[in-house]
Write a protein that binds this ligand. Structure first.
Ligand code: 4IP
Ligand code: ADP
Length: 285
């Protein structure tokens, strides 16, 4: 397999070594990546690159200013960029290069770019009775007119407190900016388009499930604490909240109340006696 760019100079030497030793090295895999600088920083860390290299995987940056077909050859194209223009580039490339694995084809993940449609698939699974209850929070989309939000919420019958989330999820910091509203009138301070979702008390702990092929990894993260009726009656405001359940908020080693700590019964069914907050997601983390 040939490599275009960063580490190509090494390849000839390695091929030569391989020939001389007579030992067949495992096939190498070239991953072309197109990521924002934020994502590159959080995902493509030296530790991952070294681990990948040891397994024969090399990452090569895709130059977005050059035609994609002129680059590579790649075995895999890994991208997390959005926008119509980029999606078209990837789609065209996919048609021309069916031998290359695209992670992920834009069409396959488009429903994940919208917080309303991403939960629809979970609702459609209809898991209301499967060794526990899996459900999605009640929610509504607000497309315009901040001032009318209190009335829209009242008419829809959503219960407070409410979590307000940007409708579009595009990997930007802005798209992760969430708010918690204790009273409906404060909601008019927020900017549509957005999704309003009932806050689900879940014991301040959240489970994230990462799946790659057959491999399933479950982690525990600290999350927003429960909101009591007393607090709800007292507080009148809307608060912006930071990324509470990020990797830095690991609760894997925390000594939690067994009532909320959850018990991993098997990798596919993660059960906690309280509400499970389900976060469907498809991402390069
Ligand atoms: O680290 P974990 O707990 O897995 O959470 C991840 C990170 O926060 C990612 O951001 P970053 O790469 O900046 O650390 C984020 O990707 P984006 O910021 O690209 O959206 C993921 O969003 P989703 O892809 O929406 O799940 C989110 O689920
Ligand atoms: N409906 C909800 N009820 C309770 N907590 C929530 C709810 N929605 C989000 N959260 C909390 O907010 C965090 C981020 O929510 P999420 O929708 O996953 O946004 P992002 O995609 O930016 O990570 C979750 O990890 C959880 O702690």
């Amino acid at each position: 397999m040939r490599l275009n760019g960063e580490i190509s100079h090494k390849e000839d030497e390695e091929d030569e070594e391989e020939k001389q030793s007579g030992v067949l090295q495992p096939e190498r895999l070239v991953v072309g990546y197109a990521l924002t600088s934020k994502k590159k920083k959080s995902f493509l860390q030296p530790k991952l690159e070294i681990l990948a290299r040891n397994k024969g995987i090399s990452f090569v940056a895709i130059d977005q200013n050059r035609p994609l077909s002129d680059q590579g050859p790649f075995d895999v194209v890994l991208h997390k960029l959005s926008g119509m223009e980029w999606c078209k580039i990837i789609e065209d490339y996919r048609q021309k290069h069916p031998e290359v694995t695209i992670l992920d084809p834009p069409d396959a993940i488009k429903h994940l770019h919208n917080r309303q449609s991403m939960l629809q698939d979970v609702a459609d699974l209809n898991l209301s009775d499967c060794n526990g209850k899996v459900r999605v929070p009640r929610q509504m989309v607000i497309t315009k007119d901040s001032l009318s939000i209190p009335d829209q919420v009242f008419e829809a019958g959503l219960k407070l407190p409410l979590v307000a989330k940007p409708l579009v999820v595009d990997g930007s910091a802005k798209s992760h900016e969430l708010f918690l509203a204790y009273d409906r009138f404060s909601l008019s301070e927020l900017e549509p388009p957005m999704l309003l979702q009932e806050f689900v008390n879940h014991g301040g702990v959240l489970f994230k499930i990462y799946i790659i092929g057959e491999t399933i990894k479950v982690v525990r993260r600290f999350s927003l604490p429960n909101v009591s009726k007393r607090e709800l009656a007292k507080v009148v405001s809307v608060f912006r909240f930071p990324r509470v359940s990020s990797a830095a908020a690991s609760a894997d080693d925390a000594d939690l109340d067994p009532g909320i700590a959850g018990e991993v019964v098997d990798p596919v069914s993660v059960c906690a006696p309280q509400n499970i907050y389900l976060q469907p997601s498809c991402s390069i983390r």
